[in-house]
Design a protein around this ligand. Structure first.
Ligand code: COI
Length: 350
């Protein structure tokens, strides 16, 4: 099905010093919106950024039928702009939508919407080495009906905001064994709003105790590391990259996948498998060099300085020569167009 996207651009450009903008605080001048009803998408348009008009009875406000993605655009060394791994983000978006009984977005609509929007707001893509334009595609159930049901109407939207380092300091985290983020068979693999809202309470408690984030464990045994808030969990133990294998309760992180691919190509040993916190304790107690970090679109590679496990704090390796920084540099180089993009990860906007 063909989708024509109308462009309703505003003349006034308001780019400020993007470096001073806190993550996700200031939108670019434009947004994208399309409507779904009667089984089809229509009225796709790029408009000036504006508030929504939504019925207080809209289903998303009551039963949480919402899904989002997080992607980034970069200015490459040659001045062109690329959107990183648009195909994988698209695939994950639709996987999440399917889990939440929401309609698929046609690939051409998704890709073209991002291309038009980012082209129009290209001035907002930071030129600094550590800057990017964060792209937030999302969908909400918009049918106004208080009865509990799958919505028949949806809005698919995209907004953008300049982004720098999500975490500016190495993190202090704790292994969470009381609360869970997701259970096998639940929605953990989907990027739906409820997964994040449900994490606020335990994360706030951890923050009050002096932690930056939690490392979630599985719902059944509380022994298997799942992921960290807003990121996948990854470790280097004795130079081996170890990360929990994907399961129904872990998000299939795009950065996780990119780092694993790069690590394998660089000849590193990579193990995707169950990781228990006891294995981490054993490694720390044996005096092994343990690097721990979160991987995510917003966080990129977020070093973890220490992990508290059953009340004992273990320090992780965060020196300059750590493997995680090497992986991050390789990733930066591909995105900036400095290293060859052998997997066609960069979708060039122009
Ligand atoms: C991302 O990394 O894109 C996320 O969605 C995490 C957070 C900003 C919600």
């Amino acid at each position: 099905m063909e989708h024509t996207i109308s462009i309703m651009a505003q003349a006034e450009r308001k780019v400020t010093d993007t470096k001073t903008i806190p993550f996700g605080k200031v939108p670019t001048e434009h947004m994208f919106i399309a409507e779904y009803a009667d089984g089809k998408w229509s009225n796709a348009r790029v408009t000036p950024f504006q508030n929504l008009v939504l019925s207080p009875m809209a289903l998303c406000l009551h039963y949480g039928q919402t899904v989002f993605e997080g992607m980034k655009a970069f200015v490459m060394e040659d001045g062109r702009i690329n959107v990183f791994r648009i195909d994988k983000h698209y695939a994950r978006f639709n996987k999440s939508l399917d889990r939440m009984c929401m309609p698929e977005v046609p690939k051409k609509l998704f890709t073209e919407a991002i291309r038009q929007l980012v082209s129009l707001d290209a001035d907002w893509v930071p030129r600094d080495a550590d800057g990017s334009l964060y792209i937030r595609p999302f969908m909400i159930a918009s049918e106004d009906r208080i009865g509990v049901k799958v919505s028949d109407e949806y809005l698919f939207m995209i907004v953008c905001s300049p982004a720098y380092l999500y975490y500016t300091q190495p993190l202090r985290v704790k292994v969470e064994t009381e609360y869970v983020r997701a259970a096998e068979g639940g929605t953990g693999m989907a990027k739906c709003g409820g997964n994040y809202g449900g994490a606020f309470y335990p994360t706030s408690k951890a923050r009050a105790e002096g932690f930056d984030q939690v490392l979630w464990t599985d719902a059944k045994t509380h022994e298997l590391i799942e992921e960290s808030g807003t990121m996948n969990a990854m470790f280097f133990i004795d130079d081996k990259l170890i990360t929990p294998a994907l399961s129904g309760s872990i998000l299939d992180g795009v950065t996780r996948d990119s780092l694993i691919t790069i690590a394998r190509e660089k000849g590193m040993i990579v193990e995707e498998r169950p990781v228990t916190y006891r294995e981490l304790v054993a490694a720390f107690e044996a005096g092994k060099r343990v690097e721990a970090f979160g991987a995510g679109t917003a966080a990129v590679v977020a070093p973890i300085a220490s992990i508290v496990i059953e009340g004992v704090e273990y320090n992780c390796y965060t020196e300059q020569d750590a493997n995680m920084y090497k992986l991050r540099e390789y990733l930066y180089a591909i995105r900036k167009g400095v290293a060859p993009d052998t997997h066609n990860w960069n979708y060039i906007i122009g």
